[in-house]
Design a protein around this ligand. Structure first.
Ligand SMILES: *Cc1c(COP(=O)(O)O)cnc(C)c1O
Length: 424
């Protein structure tokens, strides 16, 4: 059997309807912003492998750090034990994050980072002798695929089979242009009518919804409404974290600071699955007690895995480097200078940019079934032309590894332009 045949025989892929999906492409190796399949065909990774890879594939600086850690202390349980890599990750991360973040809780992926934040918010009020059971989230939000994260997510395609089985969530509109007042009013209303523990949001960009963007000042307003009403705020920076928006964190654009921050994706430079939820001292203190029942009873077998921590430390060093900070600026500028040709194309409805993210919306004639068809035609065209892009419905976005040189960005922009001409 070929690898593809064996894959079909043994594997179940994410977000995949196996009956109708084309067989997956078998990838053999990757370097920098490029990946190659087993037949030697080259692809430009224009979405950083689902937003995880800022510094390029097979990065030897991170690989060396991982090897060194693997041959010193590969793993040790984190209950009752600790280790220097985890302590350093916490110390360095808190230095980079908004000043009110004081405690670092490790888990395994973006969904668990969100799960931890939601559980801690609910228990925070329980520990203080209250009872709150409702979470507030944006319409079309995406927070992951475990149960509480799924409950907070508004993309119905992912969650419809589980309707009625979720914790209580009230949805409010995203404060995009023209919706700001409706968003503020819905938040106030949600707080007045429910026992709300927390408001969870993707700051400034809703990734899975199709890179939907809104301005920092409106998020500041939403956060201050929560603060005035004693509702906790959770920034899900799983996608936006570590430079994507042009600053290290999307929260760096805010005047207000959230009570908790969820991180994963680029945390280890796209190498080892790991996640972190950070909290304020105030939240931590509600769990700090002589009463064992007030502890946060959540953990994972591989919590704070030292190898993951070593990868994260190497990734932090790369993120802080002059070279990366220059690249963040360079890619933002590239989008600004070169996107006019795409944005002005008659088939493009809107184009938006935030930091390294560029997204454009293709004009369509209503019907969502058509979106699916168009989406697949675009995807196939990009793949045929050696560029990895995963449109969301009629939205095409680019979120490159920060090391992607201008020549490869040219190639990505060209293939999008040709798709507008030939496919859309
Ligand atoms: C990807 C993502 C998640 C889920 O992360 P996983 O590692 O896939 O579980 C959660 N929130 C946001 C904003 C994401 O982009």
């Amino acid at each position: 059997m070929t690898l593809q045949e064996k894959d079909e025989a043994y594997l179940w892929h994410p977000y995949t309807q196996h009956k109708t999906a084309k067989p997956p492409i078998v990838i053999a190796k990757a370097e920098g912003a490029l990946v190659w399949d087993v037949e030697g065909k080259q692809y430009v990774d224009a979405i950083a492998s689902w937003w995880v890879n800022p510094f390029g594939h097979s990065n030897t600086f991170i690989a060396d750090a991982i090897y060194k850690q693997l041959t010193t202390l590969e793993h040790v349980l984190f209950g009752g034990f600790t280790h220097e890599p985890a302590i350093q990750v916490a110390e360095q991360l808190l230095e980079m994050l908004p000043g009110n973040q004081k405690k670092v809780f490790f888990s395994d992926n973006g969904s668990t980072a969100v799960e931890v934040a939601i559980k801690a918010s609910l228990q925070y009020f329980y520990n203080k002798g209250g009872f709150r059971k409702t979470i507030i989230a944006f319409e079309d939000a995406f927070h992951g695929d475990t149960f509480a994260a799924m409950a907070a997510s508004g993309i119905s395609l992912y969650t419809q089979a589980f309707k009625g089985m979720f914790i209580d969530v009230v949805r409010i509109p995203v404060p995009v242009q023209g919706k700001q007042q409706a968003s503020f009013a819905a938040l106030k209303n949600a707080i007045a009518e429910n026992q709300c523990a927390a408001f969870i949001f993707e700051p400034l960009v809703l990734g899975a919804a199709g890179m939907v963007m809104y301005e920092a000042q409106y998020l500041d307003e939403l956060i201050s409404i929560c603060k005035a009403n004693d509702v906790l705020t959770i920034a899900d920076e799983v996608m936006t974290g570590f430079g994507k928006t042009g600053k290290n964190f999307a929260c760096d654009y805010l005047k207000e600071q959230p009570d908790a921050i969820c991180l994963s994706k680029a945390l280890t430079g796209g190498t080892i699955p790991m996640a972190i939820t950070t909290f304020t001292q105030q939240i931590f203190d509600a769990f700090y007690s002589d009463d064992i029942n007030k502890a946060l009873f959540h953990g994972h077998t591989f919590t704070a895995n030292p190898t993951g921590c070593a990868a994260a430390l190497a990734a932090f060093e790369l993120l802080r480097s002059k070279e990366t900070q220059h690249n963040l600026w360079r890619i933002t500028e590239y989008h600004r200078r070169n996107s006019g040709r795409l944005g002005n194309h008659p088939k493009v409805k809107t184009l938006r940019i935030l930091g390294t993210i560029m997204a454009l919306e293709i004009k369509t004639e209503g019907e969502s079934a058509y979106y699916g068809e168009l989406r697949n035609k675009l995807y196939d065209f990009f793949i045929q032309n050696g560029v990895i892009l995963r449109p969301v419905g009629n939205i095409v976005y680019v979120l490159p590894p920060y090391i992607m040189p201008d020549e490869l960005l040219d190639q990505v922009y060209d293939v999008i332009y040709r798709a507008l001409e030939e496919v859309a």
